[in-house]
Design a protein around this ligand. Structure first.
Ligand code: SF4
Ligand code: SF4
Length: 478
């Protein structure tokens, strides 16, 4: 064989990192992760590092260990003859719509410092009027959801606001209509509600029980943390009213109520937030930094403390999983689920504009609740249905085509971040928030991959982990 016939193996794309005391090699082409020994880890680094010294590697590990490391890298697909896989083509048609968010009212009894629907001084969010969604519009939206769901056997409707419990009568009648549709179509309907819990009184709780409506509560943690941002219109803290109702709800549904907490600027002790909310009886807690552009958005300087807190929670998760205790930190357990399905390439971070739509109180459709009120991004209405060209645009925006995501090592685990956070003033989807949101997500993904290595024998679900839901398939509305 002469030199021209010699074909050197190609080095597959990979990401290597040290997390939770493990050295991990993640193959971005096969989506498989390995806990590597020192020789394999350093050899992998040297393969792509022009300045690496072969002599130093040889001196450190010896020829036999290095040969074994090279053989294991080859066996695991890090050295391969085939070209890297092509990015998948954009689908020709969008998927069925399986989730609808109904913005029952844009009114709210709170004025949270980070609310994306806020207009300073306005009594109602998004500048909308006082009327709220009519029952006819809500019914039409639910009819549309079932009609657009194609062959899907399961659909979801989320009652959103503003504060949807300000529209309890419409909510009750809409839920009853949904249950009728469930009977007539034979499809299963997951109903849920996103609320600040301050109005979650006995009547509302009875309705949740009667119509089997799931309930996600927005609560930010201990009283001082919560009340710093979540105040009533006249400036009082809302923790006491919300917590009393939450206790009644979690007593009714022990371990089954999810909480969502927003981390404002300066709130970095994620463990304290999660611990407090689990102590109120929530089954799981999802936290998100307050998005950029609001007065209390998380600054990049807070990120190192959040990463350290997440790492402590990952260590706690090892202890909990080994002891058979339920793990309630949803950000981490969600990444554990995403990284467990290693063969499934995530193409989207959520279903916004494709399988998920939001219906505004005046009957217009938007990609999700956060876009409501942005006229530029309205995409049809409940009468005529969603605009197909707009749905195609969102379907074409998979993670391999998202600006700023196409070269990210974790793109097929992450799927791309929140579209709304990347929204530019001209209505186009721009780059994700790399400094805050991506840094936190990537660190959580690394923790999850290291946790798989650490808990390798823990097969299947984590202790107390529920079965996958519609949300897992279509992306959580955050
Ligand atoms: S971590 Fe950030 S850059 Fe990477 S895929 Fe997710 S959103 Fe895109
Ligand atoms: S992740 Fe962002 S774009 Fe997607 S549904 Fe949630 S808020 Fe909307």
């Amino acid at each position: 064989m002469d030199a021209a016939e010699l074909t050197l193996p190609r080095v597959a794309g990979f990401h290597r990192f040290e997390r939770l005391g493990r050295r991990i090699l993640f193959n971005t082409e096969t989506l498989l992760a390995y806990a590597a020994d020192d020789a394999a880890y350093e050899l992998a680094g040297a393969l792509t590092e022009p300045a690496a010294s072969p002599e130093a590697l040889l001196a450190a590990h010896g020829p036999e260990r290095l040969a074994a490391a090279a053989a294991s890298l080859a066996a695991e697909g890090f050295l391969c003859a085939t070209p890297p896989p092509l990015p998948p083509k954009a689908p020709r048609r969008p998927p069925p719509v399986t989730t609808l968010e109904l913005m029952l009212t844009h009114a709210c009894n709170l004025r949270c410092a980070y609310c994306y629907g806020r207009e300073d001084g306005a009594p109602h969010l998004y500048g909308a009027d006082r009327a709220g969604m009519s029952l006819a519009t809500a019914r039409r939206g639910l009819d549309l959801l079932f009609a657009l769901s194609g062959r899907a056997g399961r659909v979801a409707a989320v009652f959103f606001g503003g504060e949807p419990l300000l529209a309890l009568d419409v909510l009750e009648a809409a839920a009853a209509h949904g249950r009728e549709l469930e009977k007539t179509t034979g499809k299963r309907l997951d109903l849920s509600l996103s609320t600040n819990a301050t109005l979650l009184d006995a009547r509302a709780r009875r309705l949740l029980a009667r119509q089997r409506i799931g309930c996600q509560v927005s609560l930010d943690g201990p009283p001082a943390v919560h009340d710093a941002c979540r105040r009533t219109i006249d400036g009082r803290g809302s923790y006491a009213a919300a917590a009393a109702n939450v206790r009644a709800l979690t007593a009714m549904r022990p371990g089954r109520v999810p909480a969502r907490a927003t981390l404002a600027s300066g709130v970095t002790d994620v463990g304290a937030v999660v611990g407090h909310l689990l102590g109120l009886g929530f089954g799981s807690v999802h936290v998100e930094p307050a998005a950029g552009g609001c007065p209390v958005s998380m600054p990049p300087s807070d990120v190192p403390a959040v990463l350290a807190a997440n790492e402590r929670l990952a260590h706690d998760l090892v202890d909990s999983a080994r002891a058979g205790r339920a793990v309630g930190y949803e950000n981490l357990t969600r990444q554990l689920r995403a990284t467990r399905q290693v063969r499934r390439r995530q193409q989207y971070g959520c279903g916004a504009g494709r399988s998920l739509l939001a219906l505004s109180q005046d009957g217009r459709l938007y990609p999700c609740h956060r876009f409501v009120g942005n006229e530029r991004l309205a995409m049809g209405d409940a009468e005529s249905g969603p605009d197909l060209a707009a749905r195609r645009r969102y379907a074409a925006l998979n993670v391999d085509r998202r600006p700023g995501c196409a070269d990210c090592w974790a793109r097929h685990l992450c799927g791309g971040g929140c579209l709304h956070q990347a929204l530019k003033p001209d209505g186009e989807i721009g780059e994700p928030d790399r400094e805050v949101a991506c840094t936190i997500s990537l660190h959580l993904i690394e923790c999850a991959l290291a946790l798989h290595a650490e808990l390798g024998l823990v097969a299947g679900r984590l202790p107390g982990e529920p079965a996958p839901t519609q949300e897992d398939h279509h992306g959580r509305a955050s």
